[in-house]
Structures are given as C-alpha cells and as structure tokens.
Write a protein that binds this ligand. Structure first.
Ligand code: ZN
Ligand code: ZN
Length: 203
C-alpha cells in the first residue's frame, strides 16, 4: 500500500494519505494539511479521524468544504470537533472551526473504506474514542496517539487514563504481530515488534 505523510502544526502532528482503490483516503487533518493536499493536486474522498484532539483537526472544516469529502469518526469524537467550547472549557484557548461528522465508526473486525478492508480497534486512554485502523493485508496500523516510537500518547488530558491506555496497547495492539508497521500521530514510523521489545512505557 502506498502512503504519504504530512506533518503540520506546532505539535508536529502527522496525517497520512493512502491511495485506496476507491480514491484518496486521509487520516487526520493537522494545520497545513489542506494546503498540502492542494499543492499535490489530490482530492481526498474520505477523511477518517483517529481521535478528536485539537492538533489533529485544525484543517478539518477547510478540507471538508474545499473537497466535499465525507468525514468519519468515533461517536465520542463528535463533541470534541463540533462543540467549539469543548477544549476551551478545560483551559485551551483555541480557534478551531467546528465540524459535524458524516458517520460514526466503532470497533469492528472489518470495515470497507473506499475499497480498503480495515479492522478498527478502539484503544482509549489517550482520549475517549481513540481509534486505530489496521490493514491486515498490508500489515499497517494507522495508530493515532496511542503508540509512538519509544513512547505512548499522553494520558493527562480530559478523559485520559494511563492504565487503560497501557492495557489497550498490550491487549489490542501487541497481538497484531511484530512485523506490523505503526504509523503514529507524532514522530517516525515504528513496528509492533520494536515497541513490544523496547518501549519504555509498555512491555
Ligand atoms: Zn491526541
Ligand atoms: Zn496528537
């Protein structure tokens, strides 16, 4: 599977563009992602969110408006992206244009996204509704802010829970197989095997 990465915003948030059989599929929408797509001449057909944190969604409204693509996310993500006060209530002064999702995604063994079969794993703890998208065929995991190279997502933001996060990584991600490549929300790609053997947080 071919994929491309764009990293944007002050939190250096990754988004991933995948060429699915039915068209370009984008995961997450950090600051600058819309201009990146325009400069590449790519029109995404579907945008999926790993979770609703403010660094993954700044260009959501812009991308949706410009390309008219569908937006899918977990039901718990909806208030984070549709209520402009959601993060302001907990002290973050943010100006992010609110967006309504087109459909909800829940954990499932297999779902077709633009002709690509993916397993959807729900791994909360970093935040509620945090999703990982796994292609068995390509041994590729779009992991969001759950598991990083030598790290894990922070669990001190609203709805975070460290124990829940560690357990989810151990019970849901590590069994996917050592050879699986993880494309995380921040930092470089890694593999399940590397993290299972060397991750300082979850081994
Ligand atoms: Zn996050
Ligand atoms: Zn993030």
């Amino acid at each position: 599977m071919r994929y491309e990465t764009f990293c944007g915003g002050i939190f250096e948030t990754n988004c991933y563009l995948i060429e699915a059989p039915g068209g370009p599929l984008l995961f997450d929408a950090p600051d600058g992602a819309c201009d990146w797509l325009v400069s590449k001449g790519v029109t995404p057909k579907l945008l999926l969110l790993t979770h609703g944190h403010f660094d993954h969604v700044p260009d959501l409204a812009k991308i949706k408006r410009r390309f008219g693509c569908q937006l899918g996310c977990h039901a718990d993500t909806a208030p984070m992206i549709s209520d402009p006060d959601f993060f302001r209530r907990v002290g973050f002064e943010l100006e992010i244009e609110p967006v309504e999702p087109d459909f909800f995604i829940a954990a499932t063994a297999s779902q077709d996204f633009l002709g690509m079969e993916m397993e959807v794993l729900e791994v909360p703890g970093h935040c509620p509704g945090s999703l990982c998208f796994f292609s068995h065929k390509d041994k590729l995991l779009i992991g969001g802010d759950v598991l990083f190279a030598s790290g894990v997502g922070r669990w001190d933001l609203p709805g975070g829970d460290g124990d829940l996060l560690f357990r989810g990584i151990k019970e849901k991600l590590y069994p996917l197989g050592d050879e699986v490549t993880v494309l995380p929300g921040h930092g470089p790609p890694t593999t399940i095997g590397t993290e299972r053997k060397t991750n300082p947080f979850v081994r």
